[in-house]
Design a protein around this ligand. Structure first.
Ligand code: KG4
Ligand code: ZN
Length: 337
C-alpha cells in the first residue's frame, strides 16, 4: 500500500511516499528555517504563508521522486495535531482537497506518533511494545508504546521541552535559531565539567522532567559573566549544559525502563539527533537493553515518518471524513477527529 504523506505542523513543509509503512519511496522537505532565523524563532504567520506557497510543489516533487502518479497512491496521510494551528491547517486542507478530488482515504496522523514511527523506517525489525523517549522542540515525553496506535504517557516535562531548553540557552549565548543543533556541535569541543549545573527532579513524579531551572541557571551564568565584563567560555558552557540536560533525559528514561520492565528502548524527535544523548544511551544500554534511534535524517520533521505512522493508523481504521480539522494541542493517546 502506497501512502502519500503530508507534514506542515511547524517550519518544514514536507511530503513523502511510503510503501507499507516501512519503505520510503520519496521524502521531500522544504525548510523555512533560514527565514525564521532572522526573528530568533518560528513566526507562526510566516510559517503558514510559506507552507501555502510551498505545499503544491513539495507534494508534486514527492510523487514524481517516487516514480508515481496520483493514480498509484492508495491513501493520503496528514499531520493534523499537534502544532501551530495556522501551519497545520495548510496541510490538512490540502490533504482534504486531494482526498476529495481523488476519492482516496484521508488518514489523520498525530505528529508525535509519527516521530516514533521514524524508527519503523530505520529499523525494519522494530515492533511494539517498547518504551520511547520522545524529545522534540515542543515535547518531552516518556511513552509506553503498547501497540502501533495505543500509547500511554508515563512522564512528561512540567515546563520547557528539551529542544526548547537547548534553543533558549543557545539564544542567550547568541547562537542563532534553532540553537540546539549548533549548541551540540560547539559542545563537542568544550569541557563538560567546567560548570556545575543543577539536576532538577520533580517531587513525587520520577519520570517527569523540568528544564526551566536549568535554563535559568545557564542564563544567569552568562549574564553574570557579561556584567563582570568576562569572556564567556561558550564551548565549556555548552558542554556543561548539554551534559546536564542529557543527564535528566537518560536518568528518567532508564529508571522508567527498569521500573516497568521494558527491555526495548527507542528514541524519537528532533533532540534524538543530539550527539551526546546518542552516545550516552548507547553506553548505558549496552548489554542491558536493545536500543533503537532513528537515523539522523529522520529525527527532525519529515513526511516519511507521517507515511509510516499513517499506514498503521489506516490498518486500525482511523480514517477521517471531510470535516477533519487541525488541532493545536492533543495528547498522544487521544483521538482528535
Ligand atoms: O522534532 P523537531 O524537528 O520539531 C518539533 O516537533 O518540535 O525538533 C526540533 C527541535 C529543536 O528544538 C532543535 O533545536 C532540536 O530539536 N534539535 C537538537 C538537535 N537537533 C535538533 N537539539 C539538540 N541537539 C541536536 N543535535
Ligand atoms: Zn516534530
Amino acid at each position: 500500500m502506497k501512502i502519500l504523506a503530508i507534514e506542515s505542523s511547524c517550519d518544514e513543509t514536507a511530503a513523502a511516499v511510503v510503501e507499507d509503512g516501512r519503505t520510503v519511496l520519496s521524502n521531500i522537505v522544504a525548510s523555512q528555517v533560514e527565514e525564521h532565523k532572522l526573528y530568533g524563532g518560528v513566526v507562526p504567520e510566516i510559517a503558514s504563508r510559506r507552507h501555502a506557497e510551498a505545499i503544491v510543489g513539495v507534494v508534486d516533487e514527492a510523487i514524481k521522486a517516487a516514480d508515481c502518479t496520483l493514480d498509484n497512491i492508495d491513501a493520503i496521510a496528514v499531520t493534523y495535531a499537534p502544532g501551530l494551528i495556522g501551519a497545520l491547517l495548510v496541510g490538512v486542507n490540502f490533504a482534504k482537497g486531494l482526498s476529495l478530488a481523488t476519492g482516496k482515504p484521508l488518514i489523520p496522523t498525530h505528529h508525535l506518533r509519527s516521530h516514533i514511527a521514524a524508527n519503523y523506517i530505520s529499523h525494519k525489525e522494530l515492533k511494539p511494545p517498547f518504551l520511547c523517549l520522545v524529545v522534540s522542540g515542543g515535547h518531552s515525553h516518556i511513552v509506553e508504546v503498547l501497540s502501533y496506535t495505543d500509547m500511554r504517557v508515563i512522564g512528561k516535562t512540567r515546563d520547557d521541552a528539551a529542544g526548547e531548553a537547548f534553543d533558549k540557552a543557545a539564544r542567550a549565548m547568541g547562537i542563532p535559531y534553532p540553537g540546539g543543533v549548533e549548541l551540540d556541535k560547539i559542545a563537542e569541543n568544550g569541557d563538560d565539567s567546567a560548570f556545575v549545573m543543577p539536576h532538577p527532579h520533580v517531587d513525587g513524579a520520577p519520570y517527569d522532567f523540568s528544564f526551566s531551572g536549568l535554563k535559568t541557571a545557564v542564563i544567569n551564568l552568562i549574564h553574570n559573566k557579561q556584567q563582570k565584563g568576562e569572556e564567556i567560555p561558550v564551548a565549556d558552557v555548552c558542554a556543561s549544559y548539554r551534559k546536564a540536560v542529557v543527564g535528566c533525559l537518560t536518568d528518567n528514561f532508564l529508571r522508567a525502563a527498569e521500573d516497568l520492565g521494558y527491555t526495548t528502548l527507542v528514541t524519537a524527535g528532533g533532540v534524538s539527533a543530539n550527539s551526546l544523548l546518542r552516545r550516552e544511551l548507547e553506553r548505558l544500554c549496552k548489554d542491558k537493553y536493545t536500543l533503537y534511534m532513528p537515523e539522523k535524517y529522520l529525527c527532525g520533521d519529515n513526511g516519511a515518518m507521517v507515511g509510516s505512522q499513517g499506514y498503521y493508523e489506516y490498518l486500525d481504521g482511523n480514517i477521517a471524513k471531510s470535516d477533519l480539522n487541525a488541532v493545536a494541542t492533543l495528547p498522544i493517546d487521544k483521538r482528535g477527529f
